[in-house]
Design a protein around this ligand. Structure first.
Ligand SMILES: CC(C)(COP(=O)(O)OP(=O)(O)OC[C@H]1O[C@@H](n2cnc3c(N)ncnc32)[C@H](O)[C@@H]1OP(=O)(O)O)[C@@H](O)C(=O)NCCC(=O)NCCS
Length: 194
């Protein structure tokens, strides 16, 4: 906070994305695998949620909650005995929310071969001690790659908002879509066609 002649100006903290970076590596154990020796997707999601929390909390200096998880595509299976490395950083900030980008890679210990397993984006909201949402620091866009990540996240959030609005129960008229559905693998109940 800074006091000029007559005004009290709040100066917002500015942080680099690098200040938010967190990395964890875990050995994949049989207890988290399915019957074919592959690690359960839910276990990996749990690790991703933990690193998103750590990353957003580190950046904001507040405890955070998960508001939303963007699509997670599992590109390759993870085997028991692999190392799994998760890397996270803040890509975008709003007023109280942050988009955390997470990259997950597995590594075969014997061959050293690394495989990209998935990338995903978690929206986290910072909380004050009384449970209200807390303002987060301004993000310093230092490199061109920071700008690309910021704009990509902004665009993803806008698309999600638009989709929610388009398909809200209040505004969606199913009759407008019945013709289009004829080419899909569905049987439309006759009562919907009346
Ligand atoms: C997510 C949550 C904090 C939103 O808070 P809120 O006060 O209801 O909502 P607001 O509309 O003020 O949103 C706060 C911020 O979150 C963002 N946000 C909220 N829901 C979002 C969503 N689904 N996707 C993306 N951003 C979202 C808003 O855009 C806003 O961002 P900004 O301040 O940077 O502009 C609140 O709904 C909550 O606590 N949910 C439960 C979280 C939780 O328990 N997670 C663990 C799962 S068990």
């Amino acid at each position: 906070m800074c006091r000029t002649k007559s005004k009290l100006i709040m100066i917002k903290t500015i942080k680099n994305s690098k200040d938010s970076e967190v990395e964890i590596t875990e050995l994949m154990k049989p207890i988290n695998s399915n019957f074919s020796g592959k690690i359960h997707g839910g276990y990996i999601l749990n690790l991703m949620d933990q690193i998103a929390f750590a990353c957003a909390s580190k950046y904001s200096g507040k405890y955070c909650v998960t508001a939303s998880v963007n699509t997670v595509d599992f590109l390759n299976p993870v085997n028991v005995g692999d190392f799994l490395t998760l890397k996270a950083r803040v890509n975008y900030v709003g007023n109280t929310s942050m988009t955390v980008g997470i990259r997950v890679e597995s590594e075969n210990i014997q061959s050293g071969k690394k495989t990209h397993c998935n990338s995903s984006y978690f929206v986290m909201v910072a909380k004050n001690e009384d449970g209200s949402n807390a303002e987060v620091p301004k993000l310093h866009l230092y490199e061109s790659e920071d700008v690309r990540r910021f704009i990509r996240s902004k665009s993803r959030l806008e698309t999600n908002k638009l989709r929610k609005k388009t398909y809200s129960q209040e505004s969606f008229d199913y009759k407008e879509h019945l013709d289009e559905l004829k080419k899909y693998n569905v049987h439309i109940d006759p009562k919907l066609l009346d």
